[in-house]
Design a protein around this ligand. Structure first.
Ligand SMILES: [Mn+2]
Length: 247
């Protein structure tokens, strides 16, 4: 089975519980992360090691971009929970795997499930031929210039935008989206499923062909995963004991 998991953000315990619940078998199953495997949560190192050790794949999120740019010195270090990851013996290997992640991936139809696109935050309204866009985004070396480019920033950070792709800062529930902005998926006219994370206030939802998987595990919500083969969702409640208040 092909499983796509929402924002893990260092919630290694919930990832372990998820893999146990779905009886994940690395020899036959695939685990795809929707980005933001790390930071904010309790154990980024264990989370990314577990993901690596089961052959995990995925797309890059804004927290990976931050970690890589902070590690290289391109960006100043802000408050984060990455000390153990950065100090690990295998930090270079783990960070190289995160840096290698693409921003937009096509997941061909499998089993009873539809074909899908996976992106951390969302799609630019002017991205029409997604196969070409995915190829172009991944064509450059994944250096800090790539990480901080407009296209990668859009794919890893957008929640709301205008039709021309101007991003707004709003990150609350979509019903409160202030004009002139709309949730990015308002402009998606494709027929393939699009699966994304990054928007904890929106939680897990399905609207037309667009599905959000960030249900705020790190904030006390749940870790949500979509099984593409069977078009079904599994959610593991957060073990943090926190009340869901995204920041
Ligand atoms: Mn994010």
């Amino acid at each position: 089975m092909r499983w796509i998991v929402g924002d893990i953000q260092g919630c290694a315990r919930e990832l372990e519980l998820l893999l146990a619940q779905i009886r994940f078998d690395p020899s036959v199953d695939e685990l795809w992360a929707a980005g933001d495997l790390i930071n904010r949560g309790p154990d980024s190192l264990a989370a990314v090691r577990l993901w690596r050790d089961v052959g995990g794949r995925g797309v890059i999120g804004n927290h990976e971009v931050y970690a890589l740019c902070a590690r290289s010195g391109a960006w100043p270090r802000k408050r984060d929970t990455l000390d153990a990851l950065f100090a690990a013996d295998d930090a270079d290997d783990l960070l190289a795997r995160l840096r290698a992640l693409p921003a937009l991936v096509h997941l061909p139809a499998v089993g009873l499930g539809p074909e899908a696109w996976l992106v951390h935050a969302g799609l630019h309204p002017q991205w029409h031929d997604l196969h070409s866009v995915a190829k172009a985004l991944d064509a450059s070396p994944h250096d800090d210039t790539w990480l901080t480019s407009d296209e990668i920033s859009f794919a890893t950070r957008v929640r709301v935008c205008t039709r021309d792709g101007t991003r707004g800062k709003f990150e609350g529930a979509p019903t409160g989206c202030p004009p002139p902005f709309f949730p990015w998926d308002t402009f998606y006219a494709g027929t393939a499923r699009v699966v994304h994370g990054h928007w904890a206030w929106r939680g897990h939802y399905r609207a037309g062909e667009v599905m959000g998987l960030d249900s705020g595990c790190v904030y006390g919500g749940a870790l949500t995963a979509w099984c593409q083969d069977e078009d079904r969702v599994v959610a593991i409640p957060s073990t943090t004991g926190r009340t869901f208040v995204p920041t």
